[in-house]
Ligand binder design. Sequence first.
Ligand code: NI
Length: 218
Amino acid sequence: MILYIYILEKYDKRINMYSFTYSTSRDKIITYGVDFMFKKLNILDEKDKRLRQISKDATFPLSEKEQKLIEDAVTHLTYSQIEEYEKKYDLRPGMGLAFPQLGINKRIIVIVDEYDEGKFDNYIVINPVIVSNSKEIIAADAGEGCLSVNREVEGHVPRYARVTVEGFDTEGNKIKIRAREELSIAFQHEIDHLNGILFYDRIDKNKPFFSENEIRLI
Ligand code: NI
């Protein structure tokens, strides 16, 4: 008997991970790496009351559970923005998550921003506070979405065009982030979650849409 082993090694720089596909026969293919590491998150639905609570400040050092959840959130959000993995794991694309969405009412947010094709910046902010904002107001023209809201909600959500956010990194060091445009919207959306606010609370029922003359639509 002859045993053949085929090994295919692939490095995916988008998620900074190697995967190994090996097989001992043509019909038995096993992938290690990506599949092994990935754990789909359990995200609360909008009906869950925990999403309506005011979250408490996180304290340092973060627990192992909190750190693990942050890592899983980064992975989940990154995968959800890469078509190949989005399809493979049946994910809804999203760029941000706040801890209340994961059932933990602590002030922790995670944003994964695709700033260039296949290139991601991760923002993990503990106890974030918006310390200043632009006068200019913008809105995402296509509306906003949320991984806790499993339906389309139409309407413009007015947001500051630019915000400065202060908070702490996972080690407890003070950090300051200046965000603009889409990233600014993401920060405001996630910080709202910490205060029990969902994006559609900010849509004016009497006037859900703005014109270009009223606010800048992006
Ligand atoms: Ni959300």
